[in-house]
Design a protein around this ligand. Structure first.
Ligand code: SAM
Length: 277
């Protein structure tokens, strides 16, 4: 069993920032926006290093995924992610038109969190954020038909080292957004290779790994966070520019760069790799 990281751990040496999305806020995640609209429809998705679950919930709510599992090493973040799921559910409102499974018709009213409030006065079950503050989240019905929020779950795990029960069924898509640097600095080259190996193992043939690697020049600030990271950094031979080659050796396609998003220190590329053998 992994040792969960707690909020009182002063230094976020795993990149386990609390309030991450107040520094990197979004209504619709710009990295997901680089992917085709149908990309997640009907898919089983693993979001490694999901933090407070914002991206995970977006994929489950408005991108039509069949199942999304978010994992994070920090137990406090995972509890925040479950809360995020309740909040996103509470704020759902009336408008249809989101991608979802054919077999599971959407609730009559549906809205992506953060969209402009509807002016449709028949939207009587719309529950604004102020109501959640005053009354708490809306209850989630016990019986779901696989649509959001029932298609989203979270688990606390050091995913580089430990398997979760969802892994053996394999995923169609694995996301690794802004996590490779933290895995690299904490587990050195061997740990990063192990991570890529595990992604390959857990993907179905034809499955896709979406990677947002942090550039090498951002490592210098991160390694100053602790003596361990500083020491580990001395031994690193691999560089983010070489990750594509490593992935190809494992059986992935040549990476395709979808684009670069983010501002300032968050400016990072997003690459996709197809498991082809
Ligand atoms: C910088 S945040 C990125 C959050 C999110 N993926 C995004 O880009 O919006 C990195 C996250 O990875 C998590 N993390 C780091 N190492 C991990 C590991 N070995 N297993 C699971 N989660 C990990 C951290 O706790 C943190 O929440």
């Amino acid at each position: 069993m992994p040792l969960p990281v707690h909020a009182d751990q002063a230094v976020p040496v795993y990149g386990n920032y609390h309030g991450y999305y107040s520094k990197r806020p979004f209504i619709q995640d710009p990295r997901l926006a680089l992917l085709p609209a149908e990309f997640f429809v009907g898919k089983r998705v693993l979001d490694v290093g999901c933090n407070e679950g914002w991206v995970t919930c977006e994929i489950g709510q408005s991108r039509g995924a069949r199942q999304v599992v978010g994992v994070d090493i920090d137990d406090t973040l995972i509890r925040a992610a479950w809360k995020r799921r309740r909040t996103v559910w509470s704020l759902q409102s009336p408008e249809c038109g989101h991608l979802r499974e054919e077999s599971c018709p959407p609730p009559k009213r549906q809205r992506v969190l953060g969209d402009a409030p509807t002016t449709d006065h028949s939207a009587h079950n719309y529950f604004p954020a102020s109501c959640e503050h005053s009354y708490g989240s809306l209850p989630i019905p016990n019986r779901g038909c696989g649509a959001f929020p029932h298609n989203v779950t979270f688990r606390t795990v050091d995913w580089v080292k430990d398997e979760i029960p969802d892994d053996p069924n394999q995923y169609d898509i694995v996301l690794g957004f802004s996590i490779s640097k933290w895995i690299h600095l904490n587990n050195k080259d061997e740990g990063l290779k192990e991570f890529f190996y595990r992604v390959h193992q857990c993907l179905k043939m034809g499955g896709i790994f979406v990677l947002e690697p942090q550039p090498w020049d951002t490592y210098s600030k991160a390694r100053r966070m602790s003596e361990t990271l500083k020491e580990n950094a001395k031994y690193l031979q691999l560089r983010p520019d070489g990750f594509g080659e490593l992935l190809q050796e494992l059986g992935f396609s040549h990476g395709q760069r979808l684009g670069v998003t983010g501002k300032g220190g968050f400016r990072r590329p997003v690459d996709v790799y197809l498991k082809q053998r």
